[in-house]
Design a protein around this ligand. Structure first.
Ligand SMILES: [Ca+2]
Ligand SMILES: [Ca+2]
Length: 222
């Protein structure tokens, strides 16, 4: 019982710093870095959707949304220090709740291992819903909607594995005003050989440290 309680406390602590949803063949791990949004992007990612191109917006987006810039009190607020166009849900003047959908296949082909975007004035009534071959994973906002705080204006990075790398669409849902987002960046493909080599060396290192510790312990008691 004690062990179980400890495990649950540990899980709660992890959830406060990063969110993870996993099943046998799929997982989404979420992390975030404080705004304002700044380069460089997470390793290997490139911005594929910045909402500056009306033609591209029409081909990639569906559902209910507006592409806006600047702020309108009680309607929407530009992500902190973002002077460019961005997406807002619900659509300008419409009532919540509403959802917009980003068609990932219209932006890139092949598996998506990581992507990220700048989430402005994060609110608890905002949800990112990832529609993948592994099902739907929902990540709710945890902010209070503050418009100029690093903690409520962050770049969120989503790391996908298994069936979730077959990412079909990203739903931006909001049951209040409003969900603001910009600069969706993606990375495709499998980890580089060099990354795998580092991981194998890393695991090997952990193994040899454990063996070394065992040898020392054995010596101390000998
Ligand atoms: Ca933009
Ligand atoms: Ca907001």
């Amino acid at each position: 019982m004690n062990h179980l309680r400890k495990a649950l406390l540990g899980a709660a602590f992890v959830a406060a710093t990063s969110l993870a949803a996993a099943s046998a063949n799929a997982a989404v791990i979420v992390s975030s870095t404080n705004g304002p949004d700044s380069l460089p992007l997470p390793a290997g990612q490139s911005v594929l959707l910045d909402f500056e191109d009306a033609g591209q917006n029409a081909g990639v987006l569906s559902g209910d949304y507006s592409i806006v810039s600047g702020s309108v009190p009680n309607q929407y607020a530009a992500p902190w220090l973002d002077g460019t166009s961005y997406i807002v849900v619900p659509a300008d003047g419409a009532a919540a709740p509403q959802s917009a959908f980003i068609n990932v296949a219209a932006l890139m082909s092949g598996p998506v291992h990581t992507f990220s975007f700048y989430w402005g004035s994060n609110d608890t009534y905002n949800e990112v819903r990832l529609h993948t071959a592994g099902g739907v994973t929902t990540i709710a906002g945890t902010g209070n909607g503050a418009q100029a705080l690093p903690l409520t204006n962050q770049r969120f990075t989503f790391t996908l594995s298994g069936l979730d790398t077959d990412l079909q669409s990203i739903e931006l849902y909001s049951n209040g005003k409003a969900f603001e987002a910009d600069d969706f960046a993606f990375k495709s493909g499998v980890p580089e050989p060099a990354t795998w080599a580092m991981m194998i060396i890393g695991f090997g290192g952990v193994g040899s440290m454990a063996r070394s510790a065992r040898r020392k312990q054995a010596a101390a008691f000998a």
